[in-house]
Design a protein around this ligand. Structure first.
Ligand code: IPD
Ligand code: CA
Ligand code: CA
Ligand code: CA
Length: 262
């Protein structure tokens, strides 16, 4: 098995640079906000983080491809960095501190490294294939994380993000029934639901409509923490449609419950 330690180190350096930009811009709230054709918001901070990460990758790993939310794909080859410069832009522009930079590395079609940096939460999570999942402020100050051992939905803590897409995908009734039957529900939203699954605080996180850049980093971290990460239809990997992350024990039941019924 390849050793991804050096790529994890680079992901931390990329996140350090991203954090320097986002922390300052978030505190200043001097953002230029635009609306994209899909009616979602983007700021100059999102673009500046992605540009910075892209230029660091092209100088340190010139042969690696990059896929990010805000700019066209660059390069091609077996190694591809997948970047969401700010996950939770809607929070970022409203002064809510729940947002993060997501950095993933895919090699030959499989996610190998993931890092999520949420500086205003004082949190970073990362994982590499075969190296486990970790949280802490830096590589040197880290503790290993693991998913929960909850096996029944009635005891489970379920977190989701948006309600959008459940009804249009024919899964509305299944989703409402899950919320009714779960032990506890919250909409922690965005990356946070999935990182709480990896930490064993939340047992299930799900969402029917997400893009590759929203999920790539989360996939490795949840799996290396001992959980499962699939599409909402049960396909392995962060390739959609949507995402279902669980501690593993609750995965089959959730796939059955979230099957389209209309
Ligand atoms: C959004 C978040 C959110 C999801 C949206 C995404 P962004 O990402 O992942 O949880 O519901 O579909 O677009 O735009 O804040 O990076
Ligand atoms: Ca966006
Ligand atoms: Ca996102
Ligand atoms: Ca984003």
């Amino acid at each position: 098995m390849a050793d991804y330690t050096e790529d994890i180190r680079l992901a931390h350096l990329l996140a350090d640079s991203a954090d320097a930009i986002t922390e300052e811009r978030f505190r200043a709230q001097d953002l230029k906000i635009e609306t994209k054709p899909d009616h979602t918001e983007v700021t100059d901070a999102d673009r500046s983080v992605e540009k910075t990460i892209r230029s660091m990758i092209s100088s340190t790993r010139p042969r690696d491809a990059v896929h990010g939310e805000e700019f066209e794909d660059t390069g091609y080859g077996p190694r591809r960095w997948i970047i969401d410069p700010i996950d939770g832009t809607a929070n970022f522009v409203r002064g809510v501190p729940v947002w993060a930079t997501l950095i993933g590395l895919e090699v030959e079609g499989e996610m190998k490294v993931g890092l999520v940096s949420a500086p205003m939460l004082g949190k970073r999570w990362w994982a590499g294939e075969g190296l486990g999942a970790w949280t802490g402020r830096s590589l040197m100050k880290a503790e290993r994380i693991h998913v929960s051992g909850i096996s029944s939905l009635s005891d489970a803590f379920v977190s989701y993000s948006s309600l959008h897409g459940w009804i249009s995908s024919g899964r509305g009734q299944g989703f409402v029934d899950v919320l009714r039957d779960a032990g506890r529900t919250r909409a922690f939203g965005d990356f946070w639901s999935y990182m709480l699954v990896a930490e064993g605080v939340v047992d299930i996180a799900c969402e029917p409509e997400l893009s590759l850049h929203d999920m790539a980093a989360l996939d490795v971290i949840v799996r290396e923490a001992g959980g499962r990460f699939t599409s909402i239809d049960g396909e392995d990997g962060p390739f959609g449609p949507g995402a279902l992350a669980t501690n593993g024990m609750l995965h089959r039941e959730m796939l059955d419950r979230l099957r389209p019924t209309s």
